[in-house]
Design a protein around this ligand. Structure first.
Ligand code: PEP
Ligand code: MG
Length: 591
């Protein structure tokens, strides 16, 4: 058996996928200025026109496909793009720069694009101003055709293909699960808790991120293997290696099935301490899988994914209310928690805000953005109240990125206002929904006692809490080794919030990826956490672990874990404890 070329990254979603690479490049292509002689200019203009026609045909084809598969709204956007690609206002402008400055088409296009963007910026009409994104998309498409990098779409993929990308946006990632699904995913960027990673996990797709040089290598490859356990991408493996990995993939599938058999058993420790396991849901279509995995409710519905799906339009009040009602109705006996839009940061910031921010993750994100866009937020809050009224089930509304008490107070005032408004319109609304704060900014954890007076529950978001406590971008592969949820500073904040919740008698849940980490389960149980929310695929393993430990041991493990000075010490200690448990359980998590 010969060695295949192995690229190393970070395994973020377990499992093995074997297939053809489907390469998608999203990063803007670098553009170089090439001076041309007068005799070359006609040919350059002809090259521009040819690339524009080819790009327009390509996008028109996508529009047709989209009309059949996704619906007319999205198709209409693509159609408009295909017309823009042949619009004289764009092409004549680029031609003029080619001729006047004697430069290559790529450079001229970049020049004209920047000028157009600046003109859009001056427009008074917000709607028109936000159409800047169309200009960027169209120019990007033309740039790709000029440079010979036509962007494949996921529609070319099937269950035999593995999506390989330099960078992938959350809105592209949600298409992974629609229609013909790809079987694996690998990217150059990303980290353990970047949103794309989370989506891959929710869909149960093996994924490896942070793989340097991936696109260049994969472009030449016929077949690749994504090993989400080890964080490896194997390029052009020989038949013997393919055979070995096929056996591993099969073993993993079988073990998952076995664990699913535990789904009906309560998540209770051997000494009778009961916790509740809930699902994180990105889209309503994940509900069935969550129920099959034994979720007792939804601890986090990332409502912004409704927006990502409908982008650039906002789903209207009725559409949103239907989606929320569907989720509520799926768990009539359990709790359902909908998080208000957590847009901004890296999620559709450009589309929602129009303008890019210099430092978006510390910018207008989550509740901050919603409070600055009152009409936008009103639609969502009214839809939530309407949905709970319609299905007559209790609703928990959770607010992301809370850093200041005033933010949660304002959300409460708005909910009261829209309740009144809807009642006056004769609409049946929810009786006072429970309102909770996500604790994902260190300041919120530090003022938890004060927040407790204002909210009905806390939900700890360890993905962002780790990011903001350690000042480590959760999606940046260059600092992925510093993204450590078991850093003592993060653990102490988690402990703090759980104990404040106990003291003030308000429920505390944890819905970051930490809830799904086998290493974290004993610590969190031992700290007294009662509600764990995670991507559905992780529920069976966590249930198995909870059922294998005693609350007494978990408390001991938690106390000891809090005593260390470094993340490494905590991780080593927890691994040792977990290994003892697994040996006892005979439950192996790796092949
Ligand atoms: C978190 O930050 O831990 C969280 C659950 O929210 P998200 O991952 O969607 O930011
Ligand atoms: Mg978060």
């Amino acid at each position: 058996m010969s060695e295949a070329r192995t690229l190393v990254g970070l395994g973020v979603s377990p499992g093995i996928a074997i297939g053809r690479p489907l390469v998608v490049e999203n990063r803007p292509l670098p553009v170089t200025k090439v001076p041309l002689a007068p005799g070359q200019l006609d040919a350059e203009v002809a090259r521009l026109r040819q690339a524009a026609s080819a790009a327009a045909r390509h996008v028109a084809g996508l529009a047709n496909e989209a009309r059949k598969k996704v619906g007319s709204d999205y198709a209409a956007i693509l159609e408009a793009h295909s017309f823009m690609l042949e619009d004289p206002a764009l092409l004549d402008g680029v031609e003029r720069v080619i001729r006047e400055q004697g430069v290559n088409a790529e450079w001229a296009l970049e020049h004209v694009t920047q000028r157009l963007l600046a003109q859009f910026e001056q427009l008074a009409d917000i709607y028109l101003r936000e159409r800047k994104t169309d200009v960027l998309d169209v120019a990007g498409e033309l740039q790709r055709f000029l440079q010979g990098h036509a962007k494949p779409t996921f529609d070319h993929g099937d269950e035999q293909s593995i999506l390989v990308a330099d960078d992938i946006t959350p809105s592209q990632a949600i298409q992974l699960g629609s229609g013909r699904m790809v079987s694996g995913f690998a990217s150059e960027t990303g980290g353990l808790t970047s949103h794309t990673t989370i989506i891959a996990k929710s869909l149960g797709i093996p994924a490896v991120v942070g793989v340097a040089d991936l696109v260049r290598v994969a472009e030449q490859a016929r077949l690749i293997i994504v090993d989400g356990f080890e964080g490896h991408v194997l390029v052009d493996p020989d038949p013997a290696l393919i055979h070995v990995y096929s056996i591993r993939a099969e073993e993993h599938r079988r073990r998952q099935q076995e664990l699913l058999g535990l789904a009906h058993l309560p998540a209770e420790t051997v000494d009778g301490h009961r916790v509740h396991l809930q699902a994180n849901i990105d889209l309503p279509r994940e509900l069935e899988g969550a129920k099959a995995a034994g979720a007792e409710g939804v601890g986090l519905f990332r409502s912004e994914f409704l927006f990502l799906q409908a982008s650039p339009d906002l789903p209207d009040e009725a559409e949103q209310a239907n989606a929320y009602a569907e989720i509520l109705a799926a768990f009539p006996a359990g709790t359902v928690t909908v998080r208000t839009f957590d847009l901004g940061g890296k999620k559709l910031a450009r589309e929602v805000l129009g303008n890019p921010e210099a430092n978006p993750v510390l910018g207008l994100r989550g509740v901050r953005l919603c409070l600055q866009k009152p009409e936008f937020f009103r639609t969502q809050l009214r839809a939530l109240l309407r949905a709970a009224g319609k299905v007559r089930l209790p609703l928990r509304v959770m607010v992301p990125m809370i850093g200041h008490i005033e933010e949660i107070k304002t959300v409460r005032v708005l909910l009261a206002r829209y309740t009144e408004e809807l009642r006056k319109e004769g609409v049946k609304v929810s009786e006072r929904p429970k309102v909770g704060a996500m604790i994902e900014v260190p300041s919120a954890a530090m003022i938890a006692e004060h927040l407790a007076a204002e909210v009905d529950f806390f939900a700890i978001g360890t993905n962002d809490l780790t990011q903001y406590t350690l000042a480590v971008d959760r999606g940046n592969e260059h600092v992925a080794n510093l993204f450590r949820p078991f850093h003592p500073a993060v653990l102490q904040l988690v402990e703090r919030v759980i104990s404040v919740g106990q003291r003030y008698e308000i429920p505390v849940s944890l819905c970051g990826e930490m809830a799904a980490d086998p290493l974290a389960v004993p610590v969190l149980v031992g700290l007294g956490l009662r509600e764990f929310s995670m991507h559905a695929a992780a529920l069976p393993v966590v249930r198995g672990l909870v059922r294998a430990i005693s609350y007494r041991d978990a408390r001991r493990i938690a106390q000891k874990a809090l005593s260390f000075a470094t993340a490494k010490e905590v991780e080593e200690y927890l691994l040792e404890q977990l290994s003892a448990l697994l040996a006892h359980l005979k439950l192996r998590i790796r092949p």
